[in-house]
Design a protein around this ligand. Structure first.
Ligand SMILES: [Zn+2]
Length: 441
C-alpha cells in the first residue's frame, strides 16, 4: 500500500542538514514524516515546488512586536503577519513592551494571547530587572520562554541591569543561555554631554562608540567565565568584539543583525537621517567587513532583524531625541537571499544561521532542521525572482522600512507552519494558528 500524507511537497530543491538535494517531503499531523517518498504516494494537498528551494522554516530570533504597547505602531497580529509574508515561520519576541514582560502574570497573559492571535510560531523572552532576579530561574523555564533578555545598556523601554553586581546575580539565577544587549551604560552616560540636540544623526555612532560595545562585551565575558553561565551576545557590531569573542566560544554565542551586514555609515545617516538610528549603531565599512568575515569564519551563530518599529514622527525628531530602532521582520529573508545571490554567503550557511542556529542557541524543540520528526515548517524561496522592496508591501502599521527601494534577487514565495500553508505569493491564507515554541529547559 502506498503512503498517504496530509501534505506533499514535490520536486523542490530541499536544503537538508547534509546539503541540498532534490527530493519530495511527506508531512503528517504537522510533522515531517518522510523524505524521498515514491511517485505513488498520495496526499490531501500537494505543492509543486519545481524551480523552488525548500528551506527548513526560517526563524527571526530578535523582534520587538511592541505588544502590549501602541498597536498603531506594531502588535503581535500585525508583526506576525509581516513575519509570514517575509518567509519566516517562527519569531522570538523581546520583553520591553508596555508594560514589560518581567513576571509570571505577564508571561502567562502573553502565552495565551500569542496562541490566539499570532500567524507564526513564537518564543517569548522574559526581561531581567534588578528586582526580579530571584524569580528568573523559574521564569526562564515557563512554557514558550526562549530565555532571559538583559539590557546591559539603555535602549527603548526601562529594562536595564547595568552594574556588575546585579549582572552576576542574574547569571547565578538559573542555567539557560541569557541573551544580552551589550553596551556599557556608564560610558554611554559619560559621553552624552559631549553632544547637543540637533547634532548630525551620524553622531549616534560617535556617542555610542566602538568602545561602548566592546567594553560591555568584555565585562559580560568576564562575568560569564566567572559564573559559567552561557551567554548570547546580541547584535555584535564591532571588529574588536568579533575578534575577542573567538576566545569565549565555550560560553558565548553571537548574533549579527541584517542591518549591520547591509547598511554602512556615513551613507546610511546621509540617506536616512533618523531612520538609520538604532542601538548599537550602524558603523563604518571596517565593522561591516568584520561582520562578514566573522560570519564566514563560523563565529556567528544567528542572524536577526531586531525589528523595532517606531512611529514616523518619532524617527523624524532631531538627534538624539529621535527614537532608536528599525523595522525589519518582513525584509529579513529577502535581503539575506539577495546576499546569497551576490555571493556573500551560501544558501546552506544562510539556513544554518537562520534556522538551525537559533534552534541550537535557544534550545528550540523540533525546529531548525528539515528532517523526519521535526515540525513541518518550510520557507519556499524563488532564488531567481527579482523584486524591489516597496513600503506599500510592509504590513507593520508604522508603515516604513529603511530598505525601501532596494532591488532584491531571491524572494520568499511560500510559508508553511507545522504543515499548514499560511502564505503563498504575497497572499495570507486562513486564520492565525501560531503556537508557542517548546524549549529544552
Ligand atoms: Zn533589539
Amino acid at each position: 500500500m502506498s503512503a498517504h500524507f496530509d501534505l506533499l511537497i514535490r520536486n523542490g530543491t530541499c536544503v537538508l542538514p547534509w546539503g541540498a538535494e532534490q527530493t519530495d517531503v511527506g508531512v503528517r499531523n504537522g510533522r515531517i514524516i518522510a523524505l524521498g517518498v515514491g511517485p505513488d504516494a498520495t496526499a490531501d494537498e500537494t505543492i509543486d515546488a519545481r524551480h523552488l528551494h525548500v528551506l527548513p522554516g526560517l526563524i527571526d530570533p530578535h523582534v520587538h512586536f511592541r505588544d502590549p504597547g501602541d498597536a498603531s505602531v506594531e502588535s503581535i497580529p500585525t508583526g506576525s503577519k509581516g513575519a509570514i509574508l517575509g518567509g519566516l515561520t517562527t519569531v522570538f519576541d523581546m520583553p520591553n513592551t508596555e508594560p514589560s514582560m518581567v513576571d509570571a502574570a505577564g508571561m502567562s497573559w502573553k502565552r495565551e494571547y500569542v496562541e490566539r492571535v499570532s500567524w507564526c510560531d513564537m518564543g517569548i523572552y522574559v526581561g531581567g530587572t534588578k528586582t526580579n532576579i530571584p524569580e528568573l530561574g523559574n521564569l526562564e523555564l515557563t512554557c514558550g520562554c526562549c530565555g532571559i533578555k538583559i539590557f546591559a545598556g539603555s535602549s527603548t523601554g526601562n529594562l536595564m541591569v547595568e552594574d556588575d553586581e546585579h549582572l552576576e546575580m542574574v547569571m547565578r539565577s538559573g542555567r539557560r543561555r541569557i541573551a544580552f544587549h551589550s553596551e556599557d551604560e556608564y560610558r554611554l552616560q559619560a559621553r552624552k554631554p559631549m553632544y547637543k540636540v540637533g547634532d548630525p544623526y551620524a553622531s549616534h555612532m560617535e556617542w555610542r562608540d566602538e568602545e561602548c560595545a566592546f567594553l560591555g562585551t568584555r565585562r559580560l565575558m568576564a562575568l560569564a567565565r566567572k559564573t559559567g553561565r552561557p551567554a548570547h551576545i546580541l547584535h555584535v557590531s564591532t571588529a574588536q568584539e568579533f575578534d575577542y569573542l573567538k576566545e569565549f566560544r565555550d560560553i558565548a554565542t553571537a548574533e549579527v543583525l541584517v542591518n549591520h551586514l547591509t547598511q554602512v555609515a556615513p551613507d546610511c545617516y546621509e540617506r536616512l537621517d533618523g531612520f538609520a538610528v538604532m542601538n548599537p549603531p550602524i558603523r563604518g565599512q571596517k565593522h561591516m567587513d568584520a561582520a562578514w568575515r566573522a560570519l564566514n569564519d563560523g563565529l556567528v551563530d544567528t542572524i536577526g532583524s531586531d525589528h523595532a518599529p517606531h512611529a514616523r514622527e518619532k524617527k523624524m525628531l532631531p538627534w538624539p531625541n529621535c527614537a532608536s530602532g528599525l523595522t525589519g521582520v518582513q525584509t529579513l529573508v529577502p535581503i539575506m537571499l539577495n546576499h546569497v545571490n551576490a555571493g556573500r554567503l551560501s544558501l546552506t550557511r544562510m539556513v544554518d544561521l537562520m534556522s538551525a542556529g537559533p534552534a541550537r542557541v535557544y534550545g528550540a524543540v523540533a525546529k531548525g532542521r528539515l528532517a523526519a520528526g521535526y515540525d513541518a515548517d518550510f520557507t519556499l524561496v524563488d532564488m531567481k525572482k527579482q523584486r524591489r522592496i516597496e513600503e506599500s508591501w510592509i504590513v507593520c502599521p508604522a508603515g516604513w522600512t529603511p530598505f525601501a527601494g532596494m532591488d532584491i534577487t531571491g524572494w520568499p514565495v511560500g510559508t508553511i507552519v507545522r504543515g499548514k500553508a499560511v502564505m503563498r505569493d504575497d497572499t495570507v491564507i486562513g486564520e492565525p494558528s501560531g503556537k508557542l515554541v517548546k524549549f529544552i529547559g
